[in-house]
Design a protein around this ligand. Structure first.
Ligand code: RNT
Ligand code: ZN
Length: 417
């Protein structure tokens, strides 16, 4: 059977359980995922200032990581060409591009320093999201937005406000709302003497950033929580309770990164809990192994379960989806493609599940049949529908796209020495 015939056969199989594959494909087509730019260069950015801080870490030294804007854009372009659909690019503030000879700092970045990002996004019909960078900077050696040093704290508040302006610029230029995510690595390695003070200051700092005034229909400010970081094991200022309470009391959007919880906690269960109370929520989709290791997103149980929740809560337009991982041990462009495609497959899997029927079984108390069907549906021919989606988007299906990554590695990445 060729691809078309396989799809037609899959379509019939799904139709028998009441699932319309065409509707699922149409829905997947309009679902944008924000692809993080920082997998391309191990979160280095364009400032040339050296090491990553904030308690996050990339491990591995696979050759060919992007070293400058041209290389990052080339790599993102390659990745996008192998990912079906149209998406968004998630940019960090340390990817500002200064004019030759110009010195900029985090508190003086302006929209014009991101002009090339806008051009790149427009050329790819992508939206843009943004992140202030409260790490990898001399003023981020200790606390940032929660710092007791007023000068340091004000520096980072100015950075936050500068980022709101850039987010507005992104939204205006691309025509898509911009999600601006606030995350800091603020915390302490050892048991703190004061857990309240830094949190009071963190809240006040974000209040000051938000007070700059911005169009809430264009910029969605999110706050991302975390449980701990490397070197910041004992105390995290922006904990789950802090970030969620902050976002909800200020009418902004909570962001959950599924690497940021205790290992047996699952974000899939938190999604519907937050949807009861929030019009919008945001996700960083990653793969934690034992800790916030930021492995490439896999088509694993929890990714599937998270996407099932988004879909069966009918919330594809209420959840901002973004990838967030940084693996430097494998081909970085391939890593972007693998992770993005896995998120899409998980969404498709959810769209191809007869969710209303399963909910009915739950409500009727027919839990044995519910278990049976949930297990049976795992064996349906999802791959044939996925390959059809790729074909319709002129992107190779299955694993054959990897040939292009190998070519790219040979002709482009391996020349970066
Ligand atoms: C870190 C957070 C955060 C970062 C990016 C680079 O633990 O997940 O989202 O990964 O801001
Ligand atoms: Zn994250």
């Amino acid at each position: 059977m060729n691809q078309k015939e396989r799809y037609e056969s899959a379509k019939e199989i799904y139709a028998k359980i009441g699932v319309d594959t065409e509707a699922a494909l149409a829905k997947l087509q309009e679902t944008r995922i924000s692809m993080h730019c920082w997998q391309a260069d191990d979160v280095r950015g364009f400032e040339g200032t050296g090491t990553l801080s904030g308690g996050i870490q990339t491990t591995g030294n696979y050759p060919g990581g992007a070293r400058n804007p041209d290389e990052v854009f080339a790599d993102l372009d390659k990745a996008l060409s192998l990912i079906p659909g149209t998406h968004k690019i998630n940019v960090h503030a340390n990817y500002a591009i200064a004019e030759p000879g110009e010195t900029i700092d985090r508190d003086t970045i302006q929209p014009r320093h991101f002009k090339r990002w806008v051009e790149f996004a427009k050329a790819h019909h992508c939206g843009l999201d943004f992140n202030p960078t409260f790490f990898s900077h001399p003023k981020a050696n200790g606390l940032t937005l929660s710092s007791p040093d007023e000068e340091i704290r004000q520096f980072w508040i100015r950075h936050g406000i500068a980022c709101i302006r850039i987010s507005e610029y992104f939204a205006n230029e691309t025509g898509y709302p911009c999600v601006m995510n606030i995350w800091t690595g603020d915390g302490s390695k050892d048991v703190p003497a004061d857990r309240l003070g830094p949190r009071m200051r963190y809240a006040d700092s974000i209040d000051q950033i938000l007070a700059c005034g911005y169009d809430k229909s264009k910029v969605y400010v999110t706050v991302e929580s975390k449980v701990f970081g490397i070197g910041v094991e004992a105390y995290t200022v922006g904990s789950a309770e802090f970030a969620l309470s902050y976002a909800m009391t200020r009418g902004i959007t909570p962001l959950m990164d599924n690497g940021h919880y205790h290992p047996t906690e699952v974000v899939s269960d938190k999604i519907p809990a937050l949807l009861v109370f929030n019009d919008k929520i945001a996700l960083h989709i990653t793969r934690p192994i034992r800790w916030d290791s930021d492995h490439v997103v896999a088509f694993d149980d929890e990714t599937r379960e998270m996407m099932k929740e988004v879909v069966r809560c009918n919330a594809l337009d209420r959840v901002f989806l973004a990838t967030d991982y940084f693996d430097a041990s494998i081909n970085r462009v391939g890593a972007l493609v693998i992770g993005m495609r896995n998120v899409q497959k998980a969404i498709l899997n959810a769209l191809l599940t007869p969710n209303e029927d399963l909910k009915k079984l739950q409500d009727e108390g027919d839990t044995s049949r519910l278990l049976l069907l949930q297990e049976e549906y795992k064996l349906l021919p999802l791959g044939d529908v996925w390959n059809e989606f790729c074909a319709r988007n002129n992107v190779p299906g299955g694993a054959c796209w990897y040939k292009e990554i190998q070519e790219y590695e040979k002709n482009v990445l391996s020349l970066r020495k």
